[in-house]
Design a protein around this ligand. Structure first.
Ligand SMILES: [Zn+2]
Length: 135
């Protein structure tokens, strides 16, 4: 990461360009969410079982619980459940709220403007994410 670019103060955070490069597509963001939510391996979204068949070829529900006999994804039973907002938008918004951008205070950030999602979706999502990841 470039330090003190153009004589600017280096602050904790990344640029919007760097952020978009981190999540170029759905698959990348999906994996990032899986890493965040399932640090110790994939658990069933319904019953928390670890008896899971991971990464099947199903396009939207890649994992399957062998106990509960249902498919799930990182979206299942999360704030992203049944959301048609793409993983990469969720990832970018989440990252923005948790990390911040260079030269942008978190209170002035309006992820719903940048990402083309509604304000309601944005706040619901961010509230939920913060709660989940504080513990
Ligand atoms: Zn299960």
């Amino acid at each position: 990461m470039a330090k003190n670019a153009a004589g600017q103060h280096y602050r904790k955070g990344i640029t919007l360009v760097e952020l978009f490069q981190m999540f170029p597509d759905e698959a990348t963001a999906d994996q990032w969410f899986e890493g965040c939510l399932w640090e110790d391996g994939i658990h069933c979204a319904y019953c928390e079982s670890e008896n899971v068949k991971e990464r099947t070829k199903h396009p939207t529900m890649p994992h399957r619980c062998n106990d509960y006999k249902k498919r799930f994804s990182v979206k299942t039973n999360s704030v992203m459940h049944a959301s048609n907002i793409g993983y990469n938008k969720w990832a970018i918004a989440t990252y923005l709220m948790n990390t911040g951008l260079k030269g942008v205070s978190s209170s002035s950030m309006k992820p719903h403007w940048d990402l083309g999602i509604t304000q309601k979706s944005a706040w619901h999502m961010l509230h939920r994410m913060r709660k989940e990841w504080e513990t």
